[in-house]
Design a protein around this ligand. Structure first.
Ligand code: 5GP
Ligand code: ZN
Length: 137
């Protein structure tokens, strides 16, 4: 198993740093975020150290996504959440602060204080089409 001795999430996976673990399987661990955005905010990580979305192997990404689904279902059933957001931050400019890949599982509640981080407004169709061209296969 690849680990980084400096990485706090590797330490949590190994049990060398305390965390409120809530789910574990062969590939992943889920534990509570110490700075919860809402009640039940959890993080799901691969046991294998991988920096971010661009570096994680597809099977590891799939394993983390499946664990996130387990945690999301529990939040709905056991915390009476009204919805769930999954969030990944990839890169410092995208708010990533811990460089061991993780998905945030954020239970949502009617009237919770969270807001969309962008203001939805119609884009310029030509610009959207030009950008789509760059992103297409
Ligand atoms: P990021 O900003 O990289 O997307 O998310 C990192 C998350 O890890 C943050 O929400 C932060 O609150 C959480 N976090 C940072 N240090 C620790 C820790 O030592 N233990 C736990 N459980 N969560 C942590
Ligand atoms: Zn790590």
């Amino acid at each position: 198993m690849t680990t980084d001795p400096e990485c706090i999430f590797c330490k949590i996976v190994a049990g060398d740093l305390p965390a409120e673990k809530i789910h574990e399987d062969d590939e992943t661990v889920a534990f509570m975020d110490v700075n919860p955005g809402t009640r039940g905010h959890a993080l799901v990580v691969p046991k294998k150290h991988t920096k971010d979305l661009l570096e994680i192997e597809p099977d590891q990404l799939a394993a983390v996504a499946q664990s996130a689904q387990v945690v999301a279902r529990r939040a709905m059933e056991r915390l009476d959440a009204d919805g769930v957001n999954l969030l990944n931050c990839c890169g410092e400019e995208a708010w990533q602060t811990v460089f061991h890949f993780h998905l945030h599982v954020v239970p949502r509640y009617v009237d919770d204080p969270l807001q969309l981080p962008w203001i939805p407004a119609p884009g310029e169709p030509d610009e959207i089409a030009r950008t789509a061209k760059l992103l297409r296969d």
